[in-house]
Design a binder for this molecule. Structure first.
Ligand code: SF4
Length: 397
């Protein structure tokens, strides 16, 4: 038996990958530690230059205390990224279930362990799809995760049943490009999967992790609205609110088309990603993005300062000075904070259901953060009475 710990960098897909490895090692009878251990798993990210640097640093740090470090996930597939890693670092260049299988086989099972292990999160990230067949000019993800492919609906629904049995209170459907999910053989679109996943016995709350706006069609909007367990929140990457920048990015929509598609979502709370300092972005284009984010009613913006990624169409293009990117990023983050506070203020006086993922703090159905007394892992029906820097202040209703 070995002691191990798992760490991930990046998005919810990376979390789901790390979770799959962790579960395999627990199933094989190894002992999990919060940090450190003989075996250390690092599921990496390469979405920006900074993410790659952090992944490298984390691998070097882990190599100092571990017998073996397994580097998996997106950055492990980017050629040369870990070329100078220490000798005890094993770079697997695998993602998802393949990575879990490889690591488990390499570490070795101790056998005869069949118990189900409950992972320590109340929210379970269930991967339904991997890869992306779009070709946005800046994005390295299709290179490292390959073309889109889906799990079968039966496998997804069976994993959700298992997560519910393990005590997970919220299910998050996750993928690199979620809207590409299809199970043609069994006749499933994402909309049908949402309806059936949300209706499974024991599912208390269902979310989508992130969805491209081109996939927000009437069928999906209806499924989200008509499935009572679906949380009224969507993360829809915008990347820019300027048509010239969107065209240069190869994003396949205009700002007006983006806004039109969101109209069918009614009162759904919207959050987004924006890339700042893309080569085609001048000051006027950035200003248009700021105005668009506000006009379309989004709140939290994940701001990514642009950095060229190897093998992409814009790999040699980075004309915007770092200081300008930094200044625009700070302005957009400040706007995002202001928009969050406005939404929180609008919730005062209302009630919502909060899943406490730590004592006294959690997320309401609309994914706003609430502070309310209660035990970790419970749903509390709460009434909002004020605001704090961390979110909505509430009392049990
Ligand atoms: S949709 Fe575009 S940005 Fe998103 S993973 Fe695919 S190529 Fe990358």
């Amino acid at each position: 038996m070995a002691t191990f710990s798992t760490r991930f960098l990046g998005c919810k897909v990376s979390f789901a990958d790390a979770q799959a490895i962790r579960e395999r090692l627990l199933g094989d009878g190894h002992t999990e530690l919060r940090t450190g251990g003989e075996i250390q798993i690092l599921n990496t990210c390469c979405v920006t230059h900074e993410a790659v640097s952090k992944s490298r640093q984390a691998a070097a740090r882990a190599a100092r205390s571990a017998r073996a470090v397994y580097v998996t996930g997106c950055a492990s597939r980017l050629e040369g990224t870990f070329a100078h890693a220490a000798e005890n670092v094993v770079v697997t260049s695998r993602t998802g279930d393949d990575a879990a299988q490889f690591v488990a086989a390499d570490v070795g099972a101790i056998g005869c362990v069949s118990a189900e292990h409950k992972l320590d999160r109340w929210r379970a990230f269930v991967r339904i799809q991997d890869g992306c067949s779009f070709s946005c000019a800046f994005c390295v993800i299709p290179q490292v995760r390959g073309a889109t492919r889906s799990r079968t609906a039966a496998a997804v629904l069976s994993e959700i049943r298992r997560r519910v049995e393990q005590g997970h209170r919220e299910i998050v459907l996750t993928g690199v490009n979620l809207g590409c999910f299809r199970d043609r053989g069994a006749g499933y679109t994402l909309a049908r999967l949402v309806r059936e996943a949300g209706a499974l016995p024991g599912v208390e709350r269902l979310r989508l992790s992130s969805i491209e706006v081109n996939h927000v069609d009437d069928e999906l909007a209806l499924a989200l609205r008509e499935t009572p367990t679906v949380a009224p929140h969507l993360h829809v990457p915008l990347q820019s609110g300027d048509d010239g920048v969107l065209r240069a990015m190869g994003r396949r929509y205009t700002a007006a088309a983006f806004a039109r598609r969101l109209e069918r979502l009614g009162g759904t709370h919207l959050t987004t990603d924006v890339i700042v300092g893309f080569p085609a972005e001048d000051e006027a284009a950035f200003e248009r993005t700021m105005r668009f984010v506000e006009a379309v009613g989004m709140t939290k913006v994940h701001v990514f300062p642009y950095s060229p990624r190897p093998g992409t169409r814009t790999e040699a293009d980075d004309p915007i000075p770092v200081a300008v990117k930094r200044e625009r990023s700070a302005r957009l983050r400040a706007l995002s904070e202001e928009l969050c506070r406005r939404r929180w203020a609008g919730r005062v006086g209302s009630t919502d259901r909060v899943l406490l993922d730590r004592p006294g703090k959690g997320y309401a159905d609309d994914y706003t953060p609430w502070l309310v007394d209660g035990a970790e892992g419970t749903f509390v029906t709460a009434r909002a009475i004020g605001l704090s820097d961390e979110g909505v202040l509430a009392v049990a209703a």
